[in-house]
Design a protein around this ligand. Structure first.
Ligand SMILES: [Zn+2]
Length: 111
């Protein structure tokens, strides 16, 4: 059986590695956003710390074994275990989302 406390060569625990992952994921998202806003590359893409390579989701499944998926999202968990987005929080974000909704007239329009 696979040991759950297994760590990478760095000796970091999975919790520490997940924290690194979340930090890196945020930095990368910020970089991408700046590219979009400025229309130019804001510098080198934040480098992925080698410690987070191969990080697995690790949530205890119904079967009692740790989840082995490696397609992690912003929270450092896989899409099955990360929970859903709670949506935009800032006033600006909420405004942006409503701006993207179809207008009422368009919804009922028949061509
Ligand atoms: Zn998972």
């Amino acid at each position: 059986m696979l040991s759950r406390a297994r760590t990478w060569e760095s000796g970091m625990s999975d919790d520490e590695r997940r924290r690194l992952w979340v930090q890196w994921h945020k930095a990368r998202a910020r970089w991408i956003r700046q590219c979009r806003e400025n229309g130019a590359v804001p510098g080198p893409l934040p480098e992925m710390p080698p410690e987070i390579r191969g990080l697995r989701c690790g949530v205890t499944t119904k079967a009692g074994t740790p989840c082995r998926r490696r397609d992690l999202g912003a929270g450092g968990r896989c899409r099955l275990h990360g929970g859903r987005s709670t949506g935009p929080r800032s006033a600006e974000g909420r405004r942006r989302v409503t701006a993207n909704l179809p207008k009422r007239a368009e919804v009922h329009q028949t061509p």
